[in-house]
Design a protein around this ligand. Structure first.
Ligand SMILES: Cc1ncc(C[n+]2csc(CCOP(=O)(O)OP(=O)(O)O)c2C)c(N)n1
Ligand SMILES: [Mg+2]
Length: 201
């Protein structure tokens, strides 16, 4: 399964949720499908997309948050699995696009190429729902089932280490940051019942 095909298959689901991606190939593939103000591409901070997604999910429980992670990124911050498992937000879907490679920086093999089983690590960390997908239909079904289940889930999608057609994104980090923040603010203001702590006066 190619990352581009996997993302295309779930794009209609992404359109309606808060999405945080890792940098590089995954960000470029999603951007090429069509940028939206609810998409944030976390540059530089490798490994922390899931941590950022966790924070948003906990602070905006009425929204669904989808994180698009990578194997190298998750391996760099394995502690995120136990932190997510500790809080278990049912509105967080953690997708790991496992291409067994640091694709965005040249394709060096990661530990998943030499036997590390990220789904197994996620289960052992206490993530309540962990699934694996090797084909686009399997992946699409895993995502739609999870969004209905409303339970913290990690989906490990095995993808080919194929680079995007282009890494070019006509969107700077700061522009994306402010646009995304304004989008989250607009969701808060349109929320029918904001948490009491956030009401003014
Ligand atoms: C702390 C840190 N180390 C290294 C990098 C350089 N870097 C950027 S993307 C990347 C590879 C990411 O690998 P993975 O999460 O598997 O995603 P893929 O590129 O395979 O899609 C690396 C090493 C970085 N941005 N930050
Ligand atoms: Mg990778």
């Amino acid at each position: 399964m190619k990352t581009s095909d996997a993302l295309r298959a779930i794009y209609p689901e992404l359109e309606r949720r808060i999405v945080v991606t890792i940098m590089g190939a995954t960000a470029s593939e999603l951007y090429a499908l069509g940028h939206r103000p609810n998409f944030f591409y976390l540059e530089h901070a490798m490994g922390l997309a899931s941590s950022m997604g966790l924070g948003i999910a906990l602070s905006m429980p009425e929204q669904q948050v989808i994180v698009l992670d990578g194997d190298g990124s998750l391996l760099m911050n394995l502690g995120t699995l136990s932190t997510m498992a500790r809080y278990k937000p049912g509105n967080l879907l953690h997708i790991v696009l496992d291409n067994e490679s640091l694709l965005s920086v040249g394709g060096f093999p990661t530990a998943t190429a030499t036997g590390t089983d990220l789904a197994g690590v996620a289960r052992a960390a206490g993530i309540p729902r962990v699934t694996e997908a090797r084909t686009v239909p399997e992946f699409q079904k895993a995502v739609s089932d999870t969004l209905r289940a409303r339970m913290l889930t990690t989906i490990v999608a095995k993808v080919e280490a194929v680079p995007p057609a282009s890494y070019y994104m006509d969107l700077t980090l700061l522009e994306n940051r402010f646009q995304f923040w304004r989008h989250l603010q607009s969701l808060r203001h349109s929320s029918p019942s904001p948490p009491a702590a956030e009401r003014v006066g």
